[in-house]
Design a protein around this ligand. Structure first.
Ligand code: SF4
Ligand code: SF4
Length: 236
């Protein structure tokens, strides 16, 4: 899942301030799961913005905003018709022509994908943080992957040291681990200290009878495979 958090309302209001009418389009994908951009949140955002004096003319929710349609499928349509094609109406789609901008409650990928098929401005309601999962016990979201381009989970018990070790060590643990916890996490996220990734890797490999994997010295990570901008050719 892509983890997002809603931007401060004041910032959203500021970005919308130059437009006379705005349409809100939520996302039914990961952000809906993480309760930042689904149907309920789109309606709540509309209520907050209206209370703050923003003219919200229409609300809708797309399926995954990171995949909507091909550009050629909407080439001859107006922006309002394009929105009707890719989003399910929650309210006011008959007034879509009055919208001068769209506020997207999706991740940065969804916002850019919607912006790609609309001529009008598409503005983000969320800050996109990382690829991760919900860690229920601690009530916080945990980064799991940065898309490094060369996955090593096969050797690390399915636990990613690139994201879950504060130093992204390829061979750990470091000397600072204390009581199984990461020394860095305490100062970086003081409310939520997290376990040392390499202790977790060790425990997992031990359970699987594969501790020998930790005795092999892994080379430094080749981050050239993560250099921007990347693309993948279909069929490879
Ligand atoms: S090793 Fe790379 S691709 Fe694999 S989970 Fe970690 S960051 Fe993602
Ligand atoms: S304590 Fe563990 S997770 Fe933290 S930096 Fe050291 S090896 Fe990485």
């Amino acid at each position: 899942m892509i983890i997002t958090r809603q931007k401060p309302l004041e910032e959203i209001k500021e970005t919308l301030s130059r437009y006379k009418g705005v349409a809100l389009i939520g996302c039914g994908g990961c952000v809906a799961f993480y309760q930042t951009g689904g149907t309920k949140q789109t309606k709540e955002m509309a209520a907050k913005l209206r209370e703050a004096g923003v003219n919200v003319v229409a609300l809708g929710v797309s399926n995954r905003q990171c995949y909507l349609c091909e550009e050629k499928e909407v080439a001859n349509l107006s922006d309002a018709e394009r929105i009707r094609k890719v989003a399910r109406e929650l309210e006011g789609f008959s007034k879509l022509e009055e919208a001068e901008a769209v506020l997207s409650l999706a991740c940065g990928v969804g916002v850019q994908n919607l912006a790609n098929i609309l001529d009008m401005p598409v503005l983000p309601a969320q800050n996109t943080l990382f690829m991760g999962r919900r860690r229920v016990e601690g009530d916080f979201d945990l980064e799991q992957c940065i898309g490094c381009g060369n996955c090593i989970l096969a050797f690390t018990g399915g636990i990613c040291p690139v994201t879950r070790c504060a130093k992204s060590l390829m061979n750990g643990p470091c000397g600072g681990v204390f009581n199984g916890m990461c020394e860095v996490s305490k100062s970086r996220v003081s409310e939520h200290p997290v376990p040392c990734a390499w202790i977790e890797i060790y425990n997992k490999l031990k359970k699987q009878g594969r501790v020998d994997e930790m005795r092999k010295i892994r080379p430094p990570k080749d981050f050239t495979k993560a250099a921007h901008m990347r693309k993948v050719a279909w069929g490879l």
